[in-house]
Design a protein around this ligand. Structure first.
Ligand code: URA
Length: 316
């Protein structure tokens, strides 16, 4: 027994030196190791156990045919190359000056779209094949929603809120008695904030934009507000609220949501982001709070509100 365990440990040392990280262990070795652990738990020492005769086979668990250590062929080491991570950009140039020509809303919006799509900084932050994202919707909208940043779906399609959060946002808009095409949806950021990703692989996950990223993109949001000229802006979530109110304006979204603020001469309502509502625990209390905020938005935008709409979620 002692010899077998010495041979085992010698072999494991040899494999480790050779760079092998995993080994297959025979059932017999597992049983022997288990006996050592049990002896230790009873207060005995491994050395004492090594000197005790092997228990009769009948008291051991049924065992698989033992593989003699000498016959064991270690697997060839698997070489896993270290991923090359693209550093996330930290330094950004000063925010752009966006000036649009006079003209009708649609013409000015089209110019803005070209400007943002050709912005060298925005372009430098999107991966090959992905898109810079401007807001979308009606340039005649009374209500403008402002979210955080494009995600995986948005950077593919070049449109804001087309993923799961967008589906919920569409339902919220419909609950207000509107169509998605009647409002305007923008983001505080025009590109998907990059995460370190192995070269050639798709980015998994999202991160909130940094303060300097928000500052860089803000002129594009201001220009969209200028063109669309909505009655009410609704900031969805803490990032949008920080972008519009300033980073020092609040600590938790609960401090500012449901209240009226002002941005660029427009009424600004702050509420939770649809992604927050989708995150477990899915709870009707959160939904009810958002709905209360949206009722205030409807009032401010002079939209009709039916009794049924007022009592949404109250019975849940
Ligand atoms: N998609 C967006 O476009 N913005 C968000 O904030 C979340 C998802």
């Amino acid at each position: 027994m002692r010899n077998a365990l010495h041979a085992l440990t010698d072999e494991l040392r040899r494999l480790k030196t050779a760079g092998v990280k995993t080994v297959a262990v025979s059932d017999e070795s597992v049983a022997a190791l288990r006996r050592i652990v049990q002896a230790r738990a009873r207060g005995g020492s491994a050395a004492a156990l090594l000197d005790t005769p092997e228990p009769a086979a009948s008291v051991l668990e049924p065992r698989a045919a033992a593989v003699p250590l000498k016959a064991y062929e270690p697997p060839a080491p698997v070489y896993t190359p270290k991923p090359v991570l693209k550093p996330v950009a930290k330094q950004l140039p000063p925010p752009p000056t966006v000036s649009l020509p006079p003209g009708d809303k649609q013409t000015r919006w089209n110019v803005l779209l070209e400007l943002v799509r050709n912005d060298a900084t925005c372009k430098a932050h999107v991966r090959p094949g992905k898109k810079v994202v401007l807001g979308a919707g009606s340039v005649e909208a009374k209500i403008m929603f402002v979210g955080e940043a494009p995600g995986a779906e948005e950077e593919i399609q070049g449109e804001p809120f087309v993923g799961p959060a967008g589906e919920l946002l569409t339902k919220m808009i419909q609950a207000m008695g509107l169509k998605r095409t009647e409002i305007y949806i923008a983001n505080i950021m025009n590109w998907r904030p990059e995460m370190p990703t192995p070269a050639g692989e798709a980015q998994i996950g999202n991160r909130p934009p940094t303060e300097s990223e928000l500052r860089y993109c803000l002129p594009y949001l201001r220009a969209q507000i200028d063109v669309v000229n909505p009655d009410v802006i609704v900031a969805l979530g803490a990032t949008a609220a920080h972008g519009l109110l300033g980073f020092a304006a609040f600590k938790t979204l609960g401090d500012v949501r449901g209240r009226w603020y002002e941005f660029g001469g427009k009424s600004l309502m702050i509420t939770y982001h649809p992604s927050y509502l989708l995150r477990p625990p899915i709870d009707n209390r959160k939904k009810r709070l958002v709905w209360e905020d949206l009722l205030k938005v409807m009032e401010r935008a002079a939209l009709p509100i039916a009794d049924k709409q007022r009592s949404y979620f109250l019975d849940k």
